[in-house]
Design a binder for this molecule. Structure first.
Ligand code: PLP
Length: 393
């Protein structure tokens, strides 16, 4: 008997429940078509909404940054790791998002861990949507504040909770995903702004799947609802629509100044590398200049979603380029993903614990890099596999 024997049992259980994650290896750049295990497949699972992950301008910017700045920041930012590039990115992001200031971090995950524990502690309460992203949940736990989960996007239930509980706490944080990453629905931000004001909550939205997607030219959920200046904190990622890697916090100058003093992932972990930062700057520049890619993304989204609905698939609550194909049973979802792959369509099955039990699905991610023929091909393969499995008639 070894002390790690429990691992074998747990892994076997995952396999038996159809919840074991098989990780595929990609041997090409991200794009509409990618090479997976020697095979060309249509890519329906990346967060590369705008095609920036392999965009010529971003590649060029990364090359040039290596020539000028090398490959590593070589320290945490407070000691000697802040380069002029990091500041340029923060300034350009702030202009793009129409906020006073931003702070760049290593990832969206790190941005949540940086922000939440700096704002609330054991005497405080966090009101959190039950489907919030794992990094929000972990940030909440790290803060040691009391966590009050409210039913998904249920404004009435949230208001009842606030009425009963809000006064118990020194400070209150109301936190939500902007676009929910597994269902593709959008948080009711105008109502949350109203409640945050009424119950004196700090309002924070994680716009990881909204930036580059929602709002004018991809400026995100706050722009989508016209709520500039009314949301205290936006957290974002540079690893999805922006196509690179990194995260950021956007808000007032004093918020960002405070986080520079207090946020632990900022103080104790090195910055993103020069080529990454330069590529992110190039992405922000492109989005600032043109709305064309974002428009393309939405055209593709409308076309594919309508096609799937006509075939009889259930696409759940999706309002965005995240399109869940609801199947229910985890083994059915895994089998569906496997058969799609056999027909050269790469779309991952998602099950518990990423989504609630009994709500397994294939999650399709649409991108501006998909051509119309690519989407037609995907629809045809979904039709065949859906019929084989008795999901559609
Ligand atoms: C993907 C995601 C993150 C994590 O972003 P990374 O930059 O990949 O760490 C955080 N929050 C939400 C809502 C996400 O969807």
């Amino acid at each position: 008997m070894g002390v790690l024997d429990f691992i074998d049992t747990e892994l076997q259980e995952l396999q038996a429940q159809g919840l074991y994650i098989y990780i595929r290896t990609i041997e090409s750049p991200q794009g509409a078509w990618i090479t997976v295990q020697g095979r060309q497949v249509l890519n329906l699972c990346s967060n590369n909404y705008l095609g920036f992950a392999n965009h010529p301008a971003l590649r060029q910017a990364a090359h040039e940054a290596i020539e000028r700045f090398g490959v590593g920041p070589a320290a945490v930012r407070t000691i000697a790791g802040t380069m002029s590039l990091h500041l340029e990115l923060e300034r350009k992001l702030a202009e793009f998002k129409r906020v006073e200031a931003t702070l760049s971090l290593q990832s969206g995950f790190a941005a949540n861990l940086a922000t939440i524990p700096a704002l609330v502690g054991p005497e405080d309460g966090i009101f959190s949507d039950e489907l919030n992203h794992a990094s929000i949940i972990d940030g909440c736990r790290l803060s040691r504040a009391q966590i009050v989960r409210y039913p998904h996007c249920d404004v009435q239930a949230l208001e009842d909770l606030l009425r009963r509980e809000a006064s118990k706490y020194r400070r209150r944080l109301l936190v939500t995903d902007g676009v929910f990453s597994m269902d593709g629905d959008i948080a009711p931000l105008p109502e949350l702004v109203r409640l945050a004001r009424e119950y004196e909550c700090i309002l924070m939205v994680d716009d990881a799947h909204g930036e580059g997607v929602l709002g004018y030219g991809g400026r995100g959920i706050v722009d989508h609802f016209g709520l500039h200046g009314q949301v205290d904190i936006e957290v974002g990622t540079l690893s999805k629509a922006f196509g690179v890697v990194g995260g950021y916090v956007a808000g007032s100058a004093r918020l960002v100044e405070y986080l520079r003093q207090k946020a632990r992932p900022f103080l104790f972990s090195s910055a993103v590398t020069p080529p990454d930062v330069a590529a992110c700057i190039a992405a922000v520049d492109i989005l600032t200049e043109s709305t064309q890619l974002v428009e393309r993304l939405w055209e593709n989204t409308r076309y594919f979603k309508e096609g799937m609905r006509q075939l009889g698939f259930d696409t759940g609550r999706s309002q965005t380029p995240i399109i869940p194909v609801m199947l229910g049973d985890a083994r059915l979802a895994t089998e569906c993903s496997k058969r799609l792959f056999e027909h050269n369509v790469f779309a991952q099955a998602i099950g518990y614990p990423t989504v609630p039990r009994g709500q397994a699905r294939i999650r399709v991610m649409i991108s501006a890099v998909h051509a119309r023929e690519d989407l037609d091909f995907a629809l045809e393969v979904f039709r065949r596999v859906g019929r084989e499995l008795g999901v559609v008639s």
